[in-house]
Design a protein around this ligand. Structure first.
Ligand code: G3I
Length: 393
């Protein structure tokens, strides 16, 4: 038996998902409640309504171009109470030519969110990926010095946060600044090998939070990363670093757990314990980019090769939403996209092929994983989160 089959068959805590569809609930006055129109598909209890019962915002990454599809846009409006632009607030998109801003796609999503009483997670201000070529070329050819690079970053952060001032609930200020314990350069701290830290020193990360806070004092400011969904060397390093920043008075409010899971690695075993220690340190927490990929057919990238894979996927989604519900400081739960065909997974993990990572299939029909999340929200006795959406206190 192959390793991957062993892992798939070894899952525990599998939920009989398809039988969990619940009857209608009452309407909620909470702004997280449903906005307008009938729910899409066969499901009648929206994730946003159920999340609102415990004050939890339930969200998704959105591609604003897709909002022109009425099926997609009604699903976003009905099912979710917080949205994240998947790419449209990244530096490469907002300033493709130096000095010429392209706010249009992100503005469109922010307007949509406001019209449907949804909050917005801003993503992301300081990252080493999806930088404009004018910037990376300038650094490579020496026409942008480190002093100039620092000034450009400050301007980028302050211009972008100012543009959206008052409209962003949580900003992912810094994204993925740590390497991984399995990388040769791992040293338990931001960098080496990180574009911004290599050029400007680790203090640039604290400055990013300070600059964002100056530009919008009400926005919640997050650090966001992956592979921290267990008590492990990386999550411990991130926690220690975040605590150190807070001790120094840096305005960091929370940590985002991306939660890109994969059935070949099984379900995180101590995710709740891990997230709880961040909360105990006074940090807000959020699940920011949830998906659960699995091996799929090369010719049909969202058809699992192993029919038992969905059981592991269900268990992983259950673990993720249960963790967020169990930790009262967990204020939002966001999936990284709506349907399998729009996910980043198939193009990124193509050898061997992986996919089928999200809650909806390519026809925007809810998958068993959707009903698992819905059931956990419908049956939870989690403590109500208070003040969610109020910004910094
Ligand atoms: O928009 C261009 C298009 O004009 C061009 O023709 C096409 C050709 O490849 O590329 C398009 O840009 C792509 C962009 O997504 C929009 O679709 C980029 O190539 C592609 O690299 C980019 O991928 C994004 C990826 O971040 C980049 O690193 C994914 O959509 C996005 O889901 C993914 O999101 C990241 C989070 O920001 C941070 N955490 C990890 C997560 C997954 O990688």
């Amino acid at each position: 038996m192959s390793l991957r089959r062993t892992l798939v068959l070894g899952a525990v805590g599998v939920v009989g998902a398809c039988s969990l569809l619940m009857g209608p609930t009452s309407a909620f006055a909470d702004p997280g409640g449903s906005s307008s129109g009938a729910p899409v598909g066969t499901h009648t209890d929206s994730l946003r309504d159920l999340g609102a019962n415990v004050g939890l915002r339930v969200g998704t990454a959105v591609n604003p171009t897709e909002l022109s599809s009425s099926t997609y846009s009604s699903l976003i409006a009905n099912q979710f109470s917080v949205v994240t632009p998947e790419n449209e607030m990244k530096w490469q998109v907002v300033e493709p030519t130096q000095g010429q801003y392209n706010w249009g796609p992100a503005d469109k999503l922010v307007a949509f969110a406001q019209a449907h009483h949804e909050l917005v997670r801003g993503h992301t201000l300081l990252w080493q990926n999806q930088l404009p070529t004018w910037l990376t070329d300038g650094v490579d050819n020496g026409t942008i010095s480190n002093d100039q690079l620092r000034a450009l970053l400050k301007k980028h952060i302050q211009d972008e946060v100012s543009h959206f001032r008052g409209k962003i609930w949580q900003w992912d200020v810094v994204n993925e600044a740590f390497t991984n314990p399995w990388d040769p350069e791992w040293n338990g701290a931001p960098a080496p090998g990180h574009f911004w830290v290599d050029h400007l020193g680790a203090g640039i990360l604290a400055d990013a939070f300070r600059w964002a806070h100056e530009a919008d004092p009400q926005a919640l400011l997050f650090y966001n990363d992956y592979a921290i969904e267990d008590v492990n060397a990386k999550s411990t390093a991130v926690l220690n670093w975040a605590e150190q920043l807070r001790a120094e008075g840096v305005p960091i409010d929370g940590v985002g757990f991306q939660t890109h899971l994969d059935t070949q690695y099984g379900v995180p075993t101590d995710f709740t314990q891990d997230m709880q220690r961040f909360a105990a340190a006074g940090l807000k927490v959020a699940i920011t980019e949830a998906d659960v990929r699995t091996f799929t057919e090369p010719s049909s990238v969202n058809t699992p090769t192993d029919p038992n894979a969905v059981a592991v996927q269900n268990a992983a989604w259950k673990q993720s939403i249960d963790t967020c519900l169990a930790v009262r400081s967990c204020i939002s739960f966001t999936a990284w996209g709506v349907s399998d065909d729009q996910s980043w997974v198939p193009s990124t993990f193509s050898s061997p092929q992986e996919g089928a990572a999200l809650l909806y299939d390519s026809n925007l029909n809810p998958k068993p994983e959707y009903f698992v999340v819905q059931h956990e929200l419908a049956t939870t006795n989690a403590a109500h989160r208070t003040g969610v959406g109020a910004g910094r206190s």
